[in-house]
Design a protein around this ligand. Sequence first.
Ligand code: ACO
Length: 384
Amino acid sequence: MSNSSTATAHPAPSTNGLEGVVAATTALSHVFGEEGKLVYRGYDIHELAGKASFEEVAYLLWVGHLPTQQELDEFNHKLGQNRSLPDGVITALRAMPHETPPMDALRTGVSMLGSTMPGTFDEDPDLDEAIALAARFPAILAAFFRLRQGKEPIKGRADLNTAQNYLYQLFGKEPDERHWQPLETYLVLLADHGLNASTFTARVIASTGSDLVSSVTGAVGALKGPLHGGAPSKVLDMLNEIGTVDNVDAWLTAALDRGDRLMGFGHRVYKAEDPRAEILRGMAERASDPDFFALSKKTEERALALLNERKPGRRLYTNVEFYSAAVLAAVGLPGDMFTPTFAVSRSVGWSAHVLEQRANNRLIRPASEFVGEQGKKFVPIDER
Ligand code: ACO
């Protein structure tokens, strides 16, 4: 039974979801939602995709300019020296049930780097720490991927780039160009994206004075959710369930009738097509099986038409996740490795944001609109 309260009925907070709220200053990247444009440190994403290597983009985000050849050689050398995992991380990955979602294995593995690499990560993150952390994401995932199949992890190779090395550590053989090149472009496209939910998480944790590993571990957890980075395997599930082009309309109509969200469509900021979706569509057409691409294309066309009919004025377009599914499947990855592979790329953006936050830090501590009760009196348990 409730006792006295001075609360009054109150509307839901107007800042629900922090939509449109400016909560940080950044020079790293920006999403121009109305125009469907994405910029990394002054470069439109179309300038970089398919031209810059993932390592050049990581250097750009972390350091602030594109590297010279000498800077890139030194940077690649450092990345190559940071690909091996401490024994403690491998032991922990080995102990995990094989059914563990790879995103959970990654979150735990990243967190463990903090305790198994003493002296590497302190309270004052810098570029060397960002390299030491981000360069180990592929190794953690590849080790877990192999262990769950009863295979032993493979050591990384300093002579391979990030995309090649990731595929090498996953599958145990040097990858074909037709696999590592689309993966490299995918990694470039996903490296940073303004103040998205996981980046905000990383910046909030960094703003408390906590360390880089804690900030990035929190970000991995935020990326996992289907409203953020968890959608692409669900896109694959959706396409597999639809099965044939003849079934597209019936399947989408039934899903929308149930009130389901169509995975791979809609975005908090883009009110035009996500430029990454446009680039990934072209890549999917070149890289994936023609029947699968035809099914994806038909599903996209009908989904856009139905969303426009059912949600007029909401401006729902294809987002990055829709064609990520086709591209990553063509590269040879199973669905449950899609979001973790997104994290391999975004680890660069997260750590760049942590460094930027700490360069000009102020504790991020927003206010809330209080809609609870006040003035209640404690009643002993035997009198309730
Ligand atoms: N399918 C059906 N309806 C949708 C979808 C969708 N994919 N996305 C938005 N809507 C509808 C909502 O139901 C809502 O309708 P209503 O106003 O009639 O209630 C309206 O469009 C606005 O939706 P919001 O939830 O207010 O939009 P929000 O900005 O919060 O959502 C989000 C953005 C979470 C990405 C949403 O579009 C969504 O759930 N998409 C599907 C999941 C997905 O693709 N996630 C990946 C996002 S990309 C990334 O993070 C890397």
